[in-house]
Design a protein around this ligand. Structure first.
Ligand SMILES: *[C@@H]1O[C@H](CO)[C@@H](O)[C@H](O)[C@H]1NC(C)=O
Ligand SMILES: *[C@@H]1O[C@H](CO)[C@@H](O)[C@H](O)[C@H]1NC(C)=O
Length: 258
């Protein structure tokens, strides 16, 4: 990771006059743009919800972290208490892939279907950790100039959460929208796992909340290409811009010259 940083003397002045400018000038910066990393956790790659297609996103995610500067990075993590409503093991007589109907927390006459999975992303387990190559890069960036916010989601025992903005019942919101707004973000560049669940939910909520949403299609994966393409088609219908990393880089040059 060979890098050169340009921090002008005026950066010190800016901080003196109290401007909320967390990121010093960089010729690689994408202004008002956040990189959003959805659930790039071991369990979704090689752990209990492993998916042979998932590892293929990592080179593109690393490149977004190594070659670009962001005003803000959000990294979400599924973060489930033991016995979570999304675990098949928590429902007697149910198997992986079954669904159960659950009642909305604040609207008892409303129900939603909850899909059931293997136990996954339990705090303090290896599976809940962000993939090590991504985590190392995030630690490095945090140590210098980029604010990184970790969004823990689906911590409520009885409600699942796909979107990094809110749970599936919009019962409780995370801090993601406030953080994006605090940092003046207009565009979210979204990557991560898995396309048709947590990536989908985050993209749709991003559109609903008024952000420009870009999904980097070679930095997101799911179980099959058929599922992935169907989700991409749906998201384009919502107004999400879907692009390959190389095309996005070509269309969003920074001031940096090799
Ligand atoms: C990978 O997923 C399969 C089910 O798809 C599961 O049986 C297996 O235990 C998982 N591997 C790990 C290491 O958890
Ligand atoms: C769950 O809800 C669906 C759709 O409302 C319904 O068709 C199904 O019968 C319900 N299942 C159970 C076990 O109540």
């Amino acid at each position: 990771m060979k890098r050169i940083y340009y921090v002008s003397a005026s950066a010190a002045l800016f901080s003196l006059v109290g401007l909320v400018q967390a990121v010093p000038f960089s010729p690689r910066l994408h202004k008002s743009t956040a990189l959003v990393l959805i659930d790039i956790q071991n369990d979704f790659i090689t752990g209990s919800l492993n998916n042979s297609r998932a590892p293929s996103i990592l080179p593109q995610v690393y490149k977004l972290l190594d070659d670009h500067e962001w005003h803000f990075i959000a990294a979400s993590q599924d973060w489930h208490p033991e016995g979570h409503v999304s675990f098949a093991s928590a429902h007697a007589g149910k198997a992986l892939g079954d669904t159960v109907n659950i009642t909305f927390l604040d609207t008892p006459m409303k129900t939603e279907q909850q899909s059931l999975y293997s136990d996954h992303c339990v705090p303090e387990t290896w599976g809940a950790q962000i993939e090590s190559g991504v985590q190392t890069r995030l630690h490095y960036l945090e140590g210098y100039r980029t604010p990184v916010n970790y969004i823990k989601k689906a911590q409520d025992h009885s409600v699942d959460s796909y979107s990094a903005f809110a749970d599936n019942q919009y019962h409780r919101f995370t801090t993601l929208n406030s953080e994006l707004s605090l940092h003046g973000i207009q565009t979210m560049v979204v990557t991560g796992l898995i396309t048709n669940a947590c990536v989908r939910g985050t993209c749709i909520d991003g559109i609903k909340l008024g952000y420009e949403v870009v999904l980097v299609e070679d930095a997101t994966e799911t179980l099959t290409d058929v599922i992935k393409q169907a989700t991409i088609k749906e998201l384009e219908g919502w107004g999400v811009q879907v692009t390959k990393l190389a095309d996005w880089e070509k269309n969003n040059p920074t001031g940096y010259k090799e």
